[in-house]
Ligand binder design. Structure first.
Ligand code: BG6
Ligand code: MG
Length: 188
């Protein structure tokens, strides 16, 4: 058996930083973005998240170029927040569990939608635990598409039905199901 971990909301609590940055963008655009709205963005890619945010704000028909500018602006704020992360922000139990798996010779991978995954793993100091990292930089289809998890299984050299996925978001649980993997949903 191998374990594949989602990053945001499973290994680290970065959802609060995503929320701060999206909220800041919404404010600039002239509307409020609640925590309840933010729930819809979990596990969803950056551009798909922007589309949901614009829908909440009732903003339609923006040209693609403008959307790219807004997403880049949000990401610059987000990167500013996560650049200050420390190992204290690893979620409880994570390091013990990863150590336990390593000691037992269980291979592990990260399967994340985020393009910032390498920076986060490096900031909180857990990159060395993983045999493979598949993230938003190397996939073409976002969760709920199974691509990220299938690529992780491939990188670990095992078939999908030998993998257990740890996920916190609906889109990720669905991606694991479509990949033919077992999935453990992690809640707060
Ligand atoms: C997921 C998060 O892990 O990554 C989403 O749950 C986020 O909220 C997505 O939108 C993409 O992240 P990034 O860092 O590439 O903008
Ligand atoms: Mg997540």
């Amino acid at each position: 058996m191998c374990c594949i971990f989602d990053l945001d909301g499973v290994l680290v609590d970065t959802a609060k930083y995503h929320y701060s940055a999206w909220k800041r963008l919404a404010k600039e655009l002239g509307f409020e973005f609640s925590e309840q709205h933010n729930e819809r963005l979990k596990g969803v890619s950056r551009m798909a998240s922007l589309d949901i945010l614009l829908e909440v704000g009732g903003i339609t028909g923006l040209p693609e170029e403008e959307k790219q500018t807004l997403a880049a602006k949000k990401n610059a704020w987000y990167v500013e927040y996560i650049s200050r992360m420390t190992p204290a922000e690893i979620l409880p139990g994570v390091v013990d569990f990863l150590q336990h798996l390593k000691a037992g010779g269980v291979k592990t991978a990260v399967g994340s939608a985020s393009r910032n995954a390498p920076l986060i793993l490096e900031r909180v100091g857990i990159a060395h635990f993983f045999d493979a990292v598949i993230d938003g930089n190397s996939i073409t289809k976002a969760k709920p598409d199974p691509e990220v998890f299938l690529r992780a299984a491939q990188a670990l050299g095992v078939p999908p039905d030998c993998c257990i996925v740890f996920e916190d978001a609906d889109a990720g649980v669905e991606a694991a199901r479509r990949a033919g993997m077992k999935c453990i949903r992690v809640n707060h």
